[in-house]
Write a protein that binds this ligand. Structure first.
Ligand SMILES: C/C=C/C(=O)SCCNC(=O)CCNC(=O)[C@H](O)C(C)(C)COP(=O)(O)OP(=O)(O)OC[C@H]1O[C@@H](n2cnc3c(N)ncnc32)[C@H](O)[C@@H]1OP(=O)(O)O
Length: 250
């Protein structure tokens, strides 16, 4: 496993597990190894009573540029995509403890859709949320095609997920994708203190409250699988391969 994802338990925030993207030279693009490490961390969080809440963070100016394009291209060329992405999405959607995220800067593809599974997201004013799925000849993932229209309505979900329109923080706030906009220097502190406050709450009451608010997850898990079938088929398409090659050549 690489250190492109760091899993930390900051002493100053008891009960908090931090999953931090740490591949800034590649805009925190997510590789199969990174997904696997995040899945492992979420699994530990589910079973370790010492972890009461998890926070996702990126690096300065970049949350994540989404899935690694080299992995997409390798799959398009006949390689194996592996189950790491799906395992991660299922683990995230099944998390039983609060998940918080802090965004400063770019949040592309899964770097945006991940927040649909977070309970609270803090973002800096210079953040931008964008999912260029269709431009890459791909389709929405992470059950975003189900959750986004529910929280923001058809038109905003379509603009984000199908038209690939960027969503600025103020619009993301209004759309219900994020909870709070803060100064870029305050993202980390705000995210950790928020997660730390959740970690101090009575865990069973918080679990029940969260379950009630999130509702039944079976439809979310089923939509993750349904999207994944289309996604895998599109990944093999000539139009997707052309889009990945264009990114590599740019
Ligand atoms: C299941 C999940 C699905 C999805 O997540 S779909 C979404 C997939 N992601 C994308 O389509 C984003 C692709 N990246 C970009 O469009 C751009 O990048 C950015 C807008 C994110 C940033 O642009 P700029 O600020 O000009 O930086 P730069 O020079 O393009 O990138 C710096 C280095 O980062 C690498 N990189 C950026 N994104 C990815 C990626 N997604 N996969 C692999 N590498 C990436 C580049 O290649 C380059 O690297 P080098 O310096 O060696 O040339």
């Amino acid at each position: 496993m690489t250190d492109h994802v760091l899993v930390e338990r900051p002493e100053a925030y008891p009960g908090v597990q931090v999953i931090r993207f740490n591949r800034p030279d590649k805009k925190n693009a997510i590789t199969r190894d990174m997904y696997a490490k995040m899945t492992a961390a979420l699994t530990v969080a589910g079973s370790d009573p010492a972890i009461r809440a998890t926070a996702f963070l990126g690096t300065e100016g970049c949350f994540s540029a989404g899935n690694d394009m080299n992995d997409f291209l390798a799959f398009a060329m006949g390689g194996s995509m592996g189950g790491e992405v799906l395992d991660f999405l299922r683990a995230l959607a099944s998390a039983t403890k609060p998940v918080v995220s802090g965004v400063d800067g770019l949040a592309i593809g899964i770097g945006t859709t991940i927040h649909l599974h977070c309970d609270l997201t803090v973002a800096s004013a210079r953040s931008v949320f964008k999912t260029p799925f269709v431009d890459l000849a791909l389709v929405p993932e992470a059950a975003s095609s189900l959750i986004a229209p529910r929280i923001m309505g058809h038109q905003r979900a379509f603009a984000l997920l199908a038209a690939g329109e960027p969503l600025e923080p103020a619009a993301a706030l209004q759309a219900g994708l994020i909870w709070k906009v803060v100064d870029e220097n305050a993202v980390e502190e705000e995210t950790l203190s928020l997660t730390g406050r959740l970690a101090k709450k009575p865990p069973e009451a918080l679990r029940i409250a969260r379950d009630l608010i999130r509702g039944d997850r079976n439809d979310v898990l089923a939509r993750i699988d349904e999207e994944a079938e289309h996604f895998a088929a599109q990944l093999k398409s000539a139009e997707a391969r052309a889009a990945f090659e264009a990114f590599m050549r740019r």
